[in-house]
Design a protein around this ligand. Structure first.
Ligand SMILES: NC(=O)c1ccc[n+]([C@@H]2O[C@H](COP(=O)([O-])OP(=O)(O)OC[C@H]3O[C@@H](n4cnc5c(N)ncnc54)[C@H](O)[C@@H]3O)[C@@H](O)[C@H]2O)c1
Length: 295
């Protein structure tokens, strides 16, 4: 029987690619969002996840009318993928961004755990590395950016994602569950590769994204691998593509522009500074969409 997956925020930029990707892998999916999603075979339940009651109900309802044929209410989903959020600063006031992201993530993870689900994948962010929405020209503390970095964002959005990782860790410990937080890089949809040649020509314009990105379809693959990999407890994974948005080898570029920033290990020739090495080694991630294919 296919796994029953609840995907929150599936109507957004990342979800509208990840949800069909996961559907094609054979999962039974319910999208939970404030807005509808046009994806064949996937129903959307409209719910505001900042309300705990709505989160509990969204995670314990039938996925569609076919559920009523079974003659009993549904059990907990096999996994929850939580992408719903305000996805950056400057959309809502800072306090609203922080509050909605932190409360909705708490509500979703709590509902999943208390309903008996033991696998949650949450969207964290590149912004936890502290440079993306920093005031002025802040430098990274070391390269590459890996999951053990001392996350230090200044902004309300990045801070909400650091808090969400702590929430995930707390519930994973308390319930003996697998909760994996994906530090997602700048999400790129298939039609968004046009500017990449310019990024490589003017590399300092991509400092805030650590010269890294994630193709929305490759992000779907990382979620798929997380759904299939059990037993890791709480984990953080950078979710980025393999290579930097640079024309020259990564180590040469970093040494030229940031000669005083420590480099903690040898970088691959084209390796993205926001490195996906852990996702490749632990999850077996293999990217399909290097930017050079499209730019
Ligand atoms: N886009 C990026 O470059 C990027 C980078 C790093 C991390 N992320 C994270 O990835 C996730 C998806 O990002 P995205 O770019 O697709 O964002 P998006 O805004 O396009 O999609 C988010 C979806 O969540 C829904 N949502 C928001 N608040 C909700 C609530 N209270 N209840 C139910 N649904 C709600 C929205 O309606 C929207 O459809 C987010 O958690 C975001 O923070 C995105």
């Amino acid at each position: 029987m296919s796994k029953r997956i609840i995907f929150t925020g599936g109507s957004g930029k990342a979800g509208r690619h990840a949800v069909p990707y996961l559907k094609a892998k054979g999962y039974d999916i319910l999208n939970v969002d404030l807005k509808p999603l046009d994806a064949p075979g996937v129903n959307t339940l409209i719910a505001d996840l900042t309300e705990s009651g709505q989160a509990f109900n969204a995670l314990s309802q039938h996925f569609g009318f076919e559920g009523y044929a079974k003659g009993k209410p549904p059990s907990a989903p096999d996994a929850v993928v939580h992408f719903a959020a305000i996805p950056r600063v400057l959309i809502e006031p800072d306090n609203v961004t922080f509050a909605r992201n932190v409360v909705s993530t708490y509500n979703v993870i709590e509902a999943a755990m208390k309903l008996g689900c033991r696998k949650v994948i949450v969207a964290s962010s590149e912004t936890t590395y502290g440079v993306c929405f920093a005031e002025g020209d802040k430098d990274f503390k070391q390269f590459p950016l890996e999951e053990d970095y001392d996350a230090d964002p200044q902004d309300s959005y990045g801070l909400s994602k650091v808090c969400n990782e702590k929430t995930a860790r707390a519930f994973a410990m308390r319930y003996g569950a697998d909760i994996y937080a994906l530090r997602i890089g700048n999400v790129i949809e298939p039609h968004e590769y046009g500017p990449f040649a310019g990024y490589a020509a003017s590399p300092m314009t991509r400092k805030r994204n650590a010269w890294s990105y994630i193709d929305a379809r490759d992000l779907g693959e990382i979620v798929h691998l997380c759904l299939e990999k059990d037993g890791l407890g709480f984990q953080v994974f950078n979710a980025t593509n393999d290579t930097a948005t640079l024309n020259e080898p990564t180590a040469d570029f970093l040494a030229r522009h940031f000669p005083h920033t420590p480099v903690t290990r040898k970088l691959g020739e084209r390796e993205a500074p926001l490195s996906n090495r852990k996702a490749r080694e632990v999850l077996g991630f293999r990217e399909a969409h290097d930017w050079r294919k499209y730019a």
